[in-house]
Design a protein around this ligand. Structure first.
Ligand code: ZN
Length: 84
């Protein structure tokens, strides 16, 4: 799934989740939360430089050369990193 498709899917799921909130299916919002969280990790984020280390922007553990964080599964932009 491309980044734009993933973001659109996240937005759509958030919209439908908001419609479920007060309805008879309100108990299902947790399923949407899990799916949205998983999709959000598919959108690459820039690793963060702490000055001495490059860490995952989501869980703050050291990142290697993989395009995904080995601890939390966050997709990583392997070219750019942001400063803390
Ligand atoms: Zn992580």
């Amino acid at each position: 799934m491309r980044k734009n498709e993933t973001v659109c899917t996240i937005n759509a799921m958030s919209f439908f989740k908001s419609k479920l909130h007060n309805g008879i299916y309100g108990h299902m919002t947790g399923y949407f939360d899990v799916a949205i969280e998983a999709l959000e990790k598919q959108v690459p984020k820039a690793p963060v430089s702490t000055g001495r280390e490059i860490v995952c922007p989501t869980c703050r553990t050291l990142v290697g050369s993989s395009p995904y964080c080995r601890y939390c599964g966050q997709a990583l932009d392997t070219v750019i990193y942001s400063e803390v």
